[in-house]
Design a protein around this ligand. Structure first.
Ligand code: 4AD
Ligand code: MG
Length: 429
């Protein structure tokens, strides 16, 4: 009977066949231990010379990444976290792989990224993609369970949400067009039709940043909620992030183990999250000896990390200066120099994972801000319509998928969290 490795626990004591690849192999003159992978999991196959000399010879000469059908009897194995192994009785090689470039020794990141199409097969990279998949599934579960509808927003756009400096330009027949930096503006329109919506798609930033937190193409989850004020939105964000951490802890145990993730750091991700205002954060940084920053400046990675290190949970930095945030953010009635926004900063140096705000719902204020920033009013007429016809208070946020995957998996660099990352110097494979 042909099964997959994730089905093995249901077949204890039975003889089964698994289509798989050889990840690694070790052994002696008497016994060979084959590390098998089939996409659904990882398992050890054991071949004993005394049982079958021909089979032992085949096993001894198997090369890394050879594809095959392996048949044998499943038995419990208390020493491995998976809990089972196979006593191999037959091996049918499908294709013998020669000279697989990614050997078990250490390789540099550029070499691994050049071979990303193969690197995806490694135990750790498989674990990161599995955690990414869990976060995607849990995102849909969470928002559908909370009464949200998914609305797909366009990738080719005429307007920009997050400023014009990082836009990817292209032609749309005779017109100018841009790859979407964010689905937010269209999600706001959809929220006026459906109440609570989220968009989840690829977004693009022509950012000349080469850091462990920046990708050129990344995926963003952007919920938008009619009748939610800023406070309502913060509560939802806490609940969502806590849920993601819980689901990863519950469903990705073997993956977290393969990545040596410190589980206690994930267990601390429990709402409510602490909050600090931008202004207090500036004072805090001055006390910590950062004299390179003044009120009005945006935080850099070292500033965010210093603030995050002060707490043992993710922290919201609220009410940034208006001048360094996007045009659509609602002015803070208690301090008009600032806006009703928050960035959620993850612990352990992972930086900003969410940016969100209450949106300006007043037509005149929004129009004034668009003009003040010399944006093209015509392009935003449809967006202004949302304030002309039944405007309501509303809020939303964007969670960066890759940064969240990096954080929960414990990998240092976002380049390992996208299947095929797009980086400053990399469009291939
Ligand atoms: O803070 P950002 O730019 O916010 C927006 O785009 C809003 N329109 C979201 C909204 O309110 N609907 O981006 C949101 C998140 C960041 O917190 C970060 O996690 C991620 O997107 N992000 C990036 N991730 C990887 N590489 C980049 N270059 C990123 N830029 C932003
Ligand atoms: Mg931001």
């Amino acid at each position: 009977m042909k099964i997959t490795i994730n089905e093995v626990p249901k077949h204890n004591g039975k003889t089964v066949t698994i289509g798989c690849w050889l990840l690694q192999k070790r052994g002696s003159g008497k016994i060979q231990f084959l590390q098998l992978r089939d996409g659904t999991g990882f398992m050890q196959g054991v071949v004993v010379k005394a049982n079958d000399e021909n089979l032992f010879e085949t096993a001894k000469h198997l090369t890394q990444e050879t594809s095959m059908f392996v048949t044998g009897k499943i038995k419990e194995d208390g020493r491995s976290s998976f809990g089972y192994e196979m006593e191999v009785t037959a091996i049918e090689v499908i294709q013998a792989a020669e000279g697989y470039p990614i050997t078990p020794k250490e390789h540099g990141p550029e070499f691994l990224l050049d071979n990303r199409h193969l690197w995806l097969r490694s135990r750790k990279q498989h674990a990161v993609m599995s955690i990414r998949n869990q976060i995607i599934k849990s995102t849909y579960d969470f928002f559908f369970d909370h009464g949200f509808k998914k609305i797909d927003t366009p990738i080719l756009t005429a307007s920009s949400a997050e400023g014009t400096t990082e836009l990817f330009h292209t032609k749309y027949f005779e017109e100018d067009a841009y790859l979407s930096q964010s689905g937010q503006l269209h999600a706001e329109a959809a929220a006026m039709a459906h109440g609570k919506v989220f968009t989840f798609g690829p977004t693009f930033r022509a950012e000349k940043s080469k850091t462990r937190r920046h990708l050129i193409e990344f995926w963003m989850i952007e919920p938008e909620m009619a009748f939610y004020d800023h406070e309502d939105s913060l509560k939802l964000q806490e609940e969502y992030v806590q849920y993601l951490a819980e689901q990863v802890l519950k469903n990705c145990k073997l993956d977290l183990e393969a990545l040596d993730r410190d589980i206690t750091a994930l267990e601390k991700i429990k709402a409510p999250f602490p909050r600090i205002s931008y202004t207090d954060a500036i004072d805090f940084l001055h006390k910590e000896g950062f004299d390179d920053i003044e009120w009005g400046d945006d935080f850099g990675a070292p500033h965010e990390t210093a603030i995050a290190n002060h707490f043992d949970k993710p922290v919201f930095i609220v009410n940034y200066p208006k001048a360094i945030k996007s045009f659509y953010m609602k002015e803070n009635p208690e301090d008009p120099r600032t806006v009703l926004c928050a960035d959620l900063i993850a612990p352990e140096g992972y930086g900003e994972v969410i940016g969100g705000s209450e949106r300006t719902s007043d037509y005149d204020m929004l129009l004034a801000r668009i003009k003040e920033l010399n944006m093209d009013v015509d392009t935003y007429q449809w967006y202004l319509d949302l304030r002309r016809y039944g405007s309501v208070p509303h809020s939303g946020f964007g969670l960066g998928l890759e940064r969240t995957v990096a954080w929960l998996s414990g990998v240092k660099h976002v380049r390992e969290t996208a299947p095929f990352p797009r980086l400053l110097n990399r469009l291939e494979p």
